[in-house]
Design a protein around this ligand. Structure first.
Ligand code: ATP
Ligand code: MG
Ligand code: FE
Length: 345
């Protein structure tokens, strides 16, 4: 039997097929960046419409690529939230209807639970207690987890998410939307020590994050240096700005490792694709003797492999969705209001 995962929480329409052992058989991601780019951000109504137009063909392509048909499916997993209400509704309704018609079980997955599952996709057997840093477009959250069965929130951003800091910085530098990947690329040819941007580290033990001051200081720097758009200057500024974000993420993650006594650190979400962050984490792994787990590049930003995997885990633990389950645009994340996976640790 196979698992079909569906992800439509934001501006990617994605479908993936996994076998019952969790091995990836196919993964299709259709990004709407061209649709939203001209607006400088995701337009919710347009996102929902694009999902409606593409979900059926994306699901079929995922099945084709897996050399499978509807009849081979044994489970369907859909993202239920958090995300854009209209966008979530499309994938959820489509997957629910499909499961009902095929008379197979249906599970819903918290989008962050999906991102977290992506770290261990290549080595599911080694998933145990760990610190998890979720760094995405909407979240910068630090958790302690116990395998797939519980979460405790240790720290979170007080203002912008790390991905937002990348996107807003990129926008100021005229790099388009979403600018994180473009800023990463430009920064490779710049000097990360050229401009000294602030690092907000908080009190000595704090595991919370803040990026709004950094963004403001970039704004002031550009205002005070009208020659900033010379190519080498822009690359230096991009590298310095990126370094400030990466520094804070690495310092806080290692701080949490020290405080917890755990030796495994997972970093997931779109920003885990950042080349500088990945390099710094690998360096920390070898100098600190800790295990660092990061998703393959293709699974850092939104995809359906992670949803299928988290859904399969949920199903195997007996966590089914009821047929009247609604989408949850404001779904809580683990540890804030309520444990999202049923268990608080
Ligand atoms: P969330 O998961 O919080 O609901 P999301 O699903 O929109 O938000 P993701 O798809 O996980 O977010 O990640 C998208 C974010 O990752 C964007 O902010 C994007 O700029 C950022 N990002 C992607 N690649 C890179 C990179 N190489 N360097 C820095 N940032 C990146
Ligand atoms: Mg996206
Ligand atoms: Fe995401």
């Amino acid at each position: 039997g196979l698992v079909l995962g569906l992800e439509t929480s934001c501006d990617e329409t994605a479908a993936a097929v996994l076998d019952w052992e969790g091995r990836v058989r196919s993964s299709i991601v259709s990004s709407q960046h061209a649709t939203h780019g001209p607006y400088g951000g995701v337009v919710p109504e347009l996102a929902a419409r694009r999902h409606i137009e593409t979900i059926e063909s994306i699901a079929r392509r995922a099945l084709d690529q897996a050399d499978a048909g509807w009849a081979n499916l044994r489970l369907i997993a859909c993202t239920s939230g958090p995300g854009l209400a209209g966008a979530l509704l499309v994938g959820l309704s489509y997957g629910k209807a499909l499961a009902y018609a095929l008379r197979i079980p249906w599970v819903t997955v918290n989008h962050l639970d999906g991102h977290i599952a992506s770290a261990w996709i290549d080595r599911p057997a080694s998933r145990s207690s760990a610190l998890v840093l979720v760094v995405s477009g909407g979240h910068t959250h630090l958790y302690r987890t116990a395998g797939t069965s519980g979460y405790r929130l240790l720290g979170r951003t007080l203002d912008d998410a790390a991905g937002e800091a990348f996107d807003k910085g990129a926008k100021l530098l005229g790099l388009g939307f979403p600018g994180g990947p473009a800023l990463d690329k430009l920064a490779r040819s710049g000097n990360p020590k050229a401009v000294r941007f602030p690092r907000s580290l908080g009190k000595r033990t704090s595991l919370d994050f803040s990026f709004s001051g950094l963004k403001t200081s970039l704004l002031y720097h550009l205002r005070d240096h009208p020659d900033w758009d010379q190519p080498t200057r822009t690359a230096d500024i991009a590298a310095s700005y990126q370094e400030a974000i990466v520094d804070v993420l690495v310092i806080k993650a290692l701080r949490a490792v020290d405080q917890s006594g755990l030796r495994t650190l997972a970093v997931v979400g779109g920003v885990s694709a950042n080349s500088r962050l990945r390099a710094r984490l690998m360096e920390a792994a070898s100098t600190q003797g800790i295990e660092v787990v990061i998703p393959p590049l293709s699974l850092c930003t939104d995809n359906a492999v992670m949803i299928a995997k988290a859904g399969l885990d949920a199903y195997c633990q007996g966590r089914m969705a009821s047929w009247d389950m609604e989408s949850q645009a404001n779904a809580s994340f683990p540890g804030t209001d309520e444990p999202f996976n049923g268990v608080a640790i």
